[in-house]
Design a protein around this ligand. Sequence first.
Ligand code: SF4
Length: 385
Amino acid sequence: MNIKILAAESLGVRGLCCAVELKGRRVVIDPGVALGWSRRGRLPHPFQVAIGAGIREAILRALRTATDVVISHFDGDHTPLLHANPYQLGLEEARGSLSRCRLWAKGPGRSSPTQQQRRKDLEEALGRRLVAAEGTREGPLAFSAPVRHGQPGADERTVMMTRIEEDGLTFVHASDMQLLDPAAVETILQWQPAIVLVSGPPLYRHGSSSLEALKQRAGDNARRLSRGVDTLIVDHHLLRSEEGAAWLDRTRQETGKRVVSAAGFIDREPLLLESWRDKLYSWLPVPEAWHQRYAAGAADLAWYRSEGWKVLTKNGMVTPCGWYRVCPIKDHTDRGRLESYWVDNYCLVSNRSCVRYQMEERGAYHADNMLPDGTTREGLSRTIA
Ligand code: SF4
């Protein structure tokens, strides 16, 4: 089983999309992305928009080869949307891929009117009815009964969790339960997973009166869950603030277990762009009409992308891979032969899961057209200066 997390707050966007490769199946869970429309009165910074665009493309690439797609619920950062904003994933872009694979979607019960409408939009786009997947199982896949979206009583909406098992290894994806409902934690533990990916508590939404209680409740659940698994990945709502990152560090120390963000899971530096939004605006000011121009397809992201990396590096927020200056992946990207996703998600954040990096470190030969994930791309050849 190969688990690749494609979208999460520690990777620079809102979402919890992952692709799970099995022997005969490729499962994509929650193919959606968002940037947070407004934080402290500010729209997403263009650097966030650039990183989000790369991740949106990566999700679409994963969908093209998917055999199964799971939608845990119909929030805008978890599913393609008929009425996507300029930073989300549009249904039309994903429709062809979705129509070719098995779909496992949460049913319409205990959902907001907007979520129910998005489910109907998907059914209409695909020309078929979606069966409610809660409580079902098929082959390596199993889906939970509905669990609360957040803490009991606070929100009556529900989400669906996914269990995937192959060759004795079990992975669980549990989005938006926020580590606040002990019943959801109990269900996960009964599934006996080795690796669990969950959304953490939304600390950014709470003022001082409720914050400590929220941290305590989520901490209790995280400690209990971490004791029963090998790796607990906590991301999503939690990492929309630096306070969330501090909570994760404390929880890791308290448990003594492997408790990491999505970035930590693959041993790369986190890119907490939503929490850094104010800093990005102060380091790289944005003209007033930029977002309208972007929505009209008239704004260029390339300048903000390259300047964004420079200011983040200069201010010590990220450190590029030591091989970056001499790596053919940089050359391919600088010359427009390769999409920037690879340098954005590997080279510029020192991603130690890079297969090229691992081979460089042990002096093993690897071709110039091998990508950081170990696959090769036909037609890529290095320019000899
Ligand atoms: S492709 Fe891998 S080895 Fe090359 S710079 Fe990027 S992270 Fe480093």
